[in-house]
Write a protein that binds this ligand. Structure first.
Ligand code: NAP
Length: 281
């Protein structure tokens, strides 16, 4: 599995990881088997949140990574309502207990909320000094919110911005991605398969995707994943509750798209209009 430096953290992180949203709805044995198979295949960037299953997903992740903590790049997120200075510290400690670990590699603010970002960052910096998190970042931040965070802490402190990014939702490419790339902030694309709304093979664009996949003898999702990590700032975190899906996703790492493939995907799945702010689900 290819790794690249995660923002300015200096840590080399696998380009394809594992999401865990709604994993509590999957049969527990299947979910654990999928996560563990993912770890075996190098999908070691594991993304979770206190929100997911109201903590149950963090417990599941804790069980899946037990005995393998050092291999994993573990990311969790604080809810905006908990993101005061003291609230973020307490939320992180609860997450650590559920995850059965003493540290997160990166801790994110799940989306911008009503607590001043300076207060949240003060909590994150406290946790970092205490060794409870290796780095911190944000999620669902547009350029205005990124500027505010950078004004408080300096952009180099923001490890990543985790944002919606898939073939049919490329609007971060207009402003958010260039802002992050100019400052060395990693861009983690969430819902790389449209959160279950993957392009239909019957659509015109879906047929282009299918043709490219057939030419490489891979699946359309592998083509999508490789396209979504085609730049050095990019990471993707597909969620899969089945071993077969995890295996399919991990195999995307070895696919090499040609310039012609990328041009055809750019034409079939255009970036869309500018000026819509940061997209969310
Ligand atoms: P997604 O990864 O775009 O899609 C997940 C769906 O795709 C599931 O139904 C899964 O099925 C299916 N799937 C996965 N691999 C497949 C394969 N190889 N072939 C066929 N189907 C496949 O959706 P997501 O969960 O919305 O996004 C991924 C992760 O991003 C989340 O889990 C979460 O960690 C993160 N996220 C973050 C935010 C945020 O606000 N920061 C928001 C949304 C998501 P099975 O489960 O049955 O395998």
């Amino acid at each position: 599995m290819e790794r690249r430096t995660f923002g300015r953290t200096g840590v080399a992180v696998p380009v394809i990881g594992q999401g865990t949203w709604m994993l509590e709805r999957t049969d527990r044995r299947s979910a654990l088997a999928a996560l563990r198979r993912g770890l075996d295949l190098g999908l070691l960037h594991v993304d979770t949140a206190e929100l997911y299953g109201s903590g149950r997903v963090e417990e599941l992740v804790g069980e899946a990574i037990a005995g393998r903590r050092d291999e994993v790049y573990l990311v969790s997120k604080v809810l905006p309502k908990n993101a005061s200075t003291a609230g973020a510290i307490a939320a992180c400690e609860r997450s650590l207990r559920r995850l059965r670990t003493d540290r997160l590699d990166c801790y994110l603010l799940h989306w911008p909320g009503s607590h001043p970002i300076a207060d949240t960052i003060a909590g994150f910096e406290h946790l970092r000094r205490d060794g409870k998190i290796g780095a911190w970042g944000v999620s669902n931040f547009g350029v205005g919110e990124l500027e505010e965070a950078a004004a408080v802490a300096g952009a180099t402190r923001i490890a990543c911005n985790q944002v919606l990014y898939h073939l049919e939702e490329r609007s971060i490419e207009h402003e958010v991605m260039p802002w992050c790339e100019a400052r060395g902030v990693a861009v983690v694309g969430y819902s790389p398969f449209g959160s279950g709304r993957f392009p239909s093979s019957w659509s015109r664009a879906g047929r282009v995707l299918g043709d490219i996949a057939a030419a490489h003898c891979v699946s359309p999702r592998q083509v999508a994943l490789q396209f979504l990590v085609r730049r050095s700032s990019l990471f993707a975190i597909p969620k899969a509750g089945r071993v077969a899906h995890v295996e399919d996703n991990a195999a995307a790492a070895t696919l090499v798209l040609t310039d012609d493939d990328v041009a055809r995907l750019n034409a079939a799945f255009p970036r869309g209009r500018r000026g819509r702010g940061v997209p969310t689900l």
